[in-house]
Design a protein around this ligand. Structure first.
Ligand SMILES: Cc1cc2nc3c(=O)[nH]c(=O)nc-3n(C[C@H](O)[C@H](O)[C@H](O)COP(=O)(O)OP(=O)(O)OC[C@H]3O[C@@H](n4cnc5c(N)ncnc54)[C@H](O)[C@@H]3O)c2cc1C
Length: 427
């Protein structure tokens, strides 16, 4: 017999893990989350030993809405006998490794609601329910939730050159690479670019002969973590932002870029110190350059390596440089998952072809009044810059749980107002 659920979630990254953990309190709901992976892993291609989270460990999968939950990071520490040792580290953020360990531990607690090694190939809709097809079986559900993550963004001019010498950092090629004696070009000066550059100059993949880091931005720009900026990661701000019309939202999201996409300031400090020691104390002759204000516009194969053309926005000129290995740290894009193709025509999109995500994170679609399609990490344009981040994931999960059950299982409407008034002056 076909198994039927109240809610099926596709993808088990942190966002659905948070939702699965919070759904545990909704005792009348049966739910299942599926992922193609063998077990929980988090961006393993980019799991560098020196990489830290950009978000406080208290903003874990559940704590902001349910600090008494058994799935908190603090409970993870206590269960592993790590509480006192962790406190002595005086950290405000944990390493990405430790966040992954914590998520793996939660995924073990939730094992009966998670099913790995299940790739979703298609989703149909009939008779008021979704039919979810994995390679092995078909299961049905009243509601669907999609949190399948982002895809690497490959600049058009790089597509023709993709291969083991030109690849996106989030790909298995990075783990296999040997940079010994190679001329290396890293494209992108965001956090991933800076992490790859730092690891490369520390010889993680062998000693390079030359290394260049290029960025479109004016410098290696820091994440703005100051308190007033952090008010954007507050449910009240999201609520205000949501109420704006779409034409006002897009420029605001663009203007707030460095509040969510900048480089971790501590990491920049560490890199600067490392370069200082390398060059001025150890007098190492490593040939490195950090080249901001450059747009990557072309790539051409040479008999030996590649020639890359850059548009220098500072001097308004074109420049060329040669490299053997090119690592694209060019960010990520949202792509509507292919498995939605059978119901794609029933879903509504905005003028840019993006999902129209309602306040409670469900999509506008033909049968949305009885069967919800929730989409997580697809709504920066509707909910603002906090939406693709972990900061408000627990709050978003609680919003969904309350909405699906029609009950106030989590208290999410009592957040005190911010010191900055985004409402109208007389409100
Ligand atoms: C390297 C890196 C570091 C980050 N660090 C931070 C940070 O410090 N703080 C912060 O706030 N944000 C951070 N982010 C941003 C964001 O929090 C993460 O991208 C987060 O992983 C998003 O979670 P997710 O659950 O949406 O997606 P993912 O973690 O990407 O998980 C999606 C899952 O869906 C599965 N899947 C996809 N398609 C299918 C299918 N058809 N069938 C079955 N399974 C499928 C995939 O296997 C995957 O496991 C970071 C992002 C990156 C790339």
């Amino acid at each position: 017999m076909t198994k039927h659920y109240n809610l099926i979630g596709v993808g088990i990254g942190p966002f659905h893990l948070s939702l699965a953990a919070l759904l545990k309190k909704a005792s009348d709901q049966n739910f299942l989350f599926l992922d193609q992976k063998k077990a929980f892993h988090w961006h393993s291609e980019l799991m560098f030993a020196d990489a830290d989270m950009q978000t406080s460990y208290l903003k874990d999968l559940v704590t902001p809405v349910d600090p008494k939950s058994p799935y908190t990071f603090l409970n993870y520490l206590v269960e592993h006998g790590l509480f006192y040792a962790f406190m002595n580290t005086e950290r405000r953020t944990v390493t990405r490794h430790e966040f992954e360990h914590y998520c793996q531990w939660v995924s073990e607690q939730l094992a009966e609601s998670l099913q790995f090694e299940s790739i979703i190939e298609g989703v149909d809709y009939q008779d008021n329910k979704f039919f979810i097809h994995t390679g092995r079986e078909t299961i049905t559900s009243q509601h669907l939730s999609v949190a399948t993550g982002l895809k690497p963004r490959i600049p058009d001019c790089a597509k023709k050159a993709l291969g083991p010498e030109v690849f996106h950092a989030k790909s298995p090629d990075l783990a296999k690479i040997d940079l010994t004696g190679k001329r290396v070009l890293i494209i992108g000066g965001g956090q991933t670019g800076v992490e790859v550059f730092t690891n490369a100059i520390m010889h993680k993949w062998g000693r390079v002969s030359k290394i260049r880091l290029i960025s479109r931005r004016q410098n290696l720009e820091p994440l703005d973590e100051s308190p007033f900026t952090n008010e954007y990661f507050n449910p009240q701000y999201v609520d205000r932002f949501y109420s704006l019309d779409q034409n006002s939202k897009d420029p605001i999201v663009k203007a707030q870029k460095l509040a969510s996409d900048g480089n971790t300031p501590k990491y920049l400090e560490k890199l600067y110190n490392h370069l200082y020691q390398l060059k001025h104390v150890h007098e190492d002759d490593l040939d490195f350059k950090i080249l901001p204000y450059r747009n990557f516009i072309n790539i051409q194969k040479l008999p030996q390596g590649y020639q890359v053309t850059l548009q220098n926005q500072f001097h308004q000129c074109e420049e060329n440089l040669e490299a053997d290995i090119i690592i694209l740290c060019t960010g990520f894009i949202n792509e509507i998952p292919k498995f939605l193709a059978p119901i794609q025509k029933l879903i509504h999109y905005d003028q840019e072809g993006r999902f129209i995500v309602n306040r409670h994170f469900d999509l506008q679609w033909e049968h949305g009044s009885q069967n919800k399609i929730f989409a997580l990490n697809f709504s920066r344009h509707r909910h603002g810059i906090a939406e693709p981040q972990t900061s408000l994931m627990a709050w978003r999960s609680a919003t969904i749980v309350n909405h699906v059950t029609g009950k106030e299982i989590y208290k999410i409407n009592n957040v005190v107002p911010s010191f900055i008034q985004y409402g109208k002056i007389d409100e």
